[in-house]
Design a protein around this ligand. Structure first.
Ligand code: CMP
Length: 139
């Protein structure tokens, strides 16, 4: 089933000029980048986006990291896009990520793990809507 997922290329990736390298992995996996923009995430954006983690001990560090440098936000489209992107991202902790995954290839640590991808259809919908009006998504 064709679906859409939301992706972030995080500050550790943009700072190391890895946008193109990561996009190549995404496209090679058959996912289509149907929306993309480079932004500086505001504190309010980051706090809203990661609201589900508000009570976690790493929340403050997470918000600091995500607002420390530009990010690239994206909408990816394809067959089973949510699961497929999670598969090619690899485990949240790069030390546990499988060979060939984006996090195994590029991530520095669990907090600077290069990419984010939605975990379910409802979160994908909400995350896409936070950053992209419908008119900016061109499939
Ligand atoms: P992400 O997929 O963007 O979703 C939540 C993020 O919180 C996660 O990637 C990690 O970057 C970060 N995170 C999760 N666990 C920890 C942790 N123990 N310490 C620091 N950051 C974490």
């Amino acid at each position: 089933m064709t679906e859409r997922t939301f992706s972030i290329l995080k500050p550790d990736a943009t700072e190391r000029n890895l946008t193109g390298a990561i996009n190549a992995v995404i496209e090679k996996a058959g996912l289509r980048i149907v929306a993309q923009k480079r932004i500086k995430m505001s504190r309010a954006d980051a706090e809203q986006f990661y609201g589900v983690h508000k009570e976690r001990p790493f929340f403050g560090e997470l918000v600091e990291t995500m607002t420390s440098a530009p990010v690239v936000v994206q909408v990816l489209e394809g067959d089973g896009a949510i699961a497929k992107y999670r598969e090619i991202m690899g485990a949240t902790n790069p030390a546990q990520a499988a060979d060939g995954t984006i996090r195994k290839l590029y991530a520095k640590s669990i907090g600077e793990n290069s990419v984010h991808g939605s975990d379910a259809p409802e979160t994908a919908k909400a995350e896409i809507a936070q950053f992209f009006p419908d008119a900016e998504i061109v499939g």
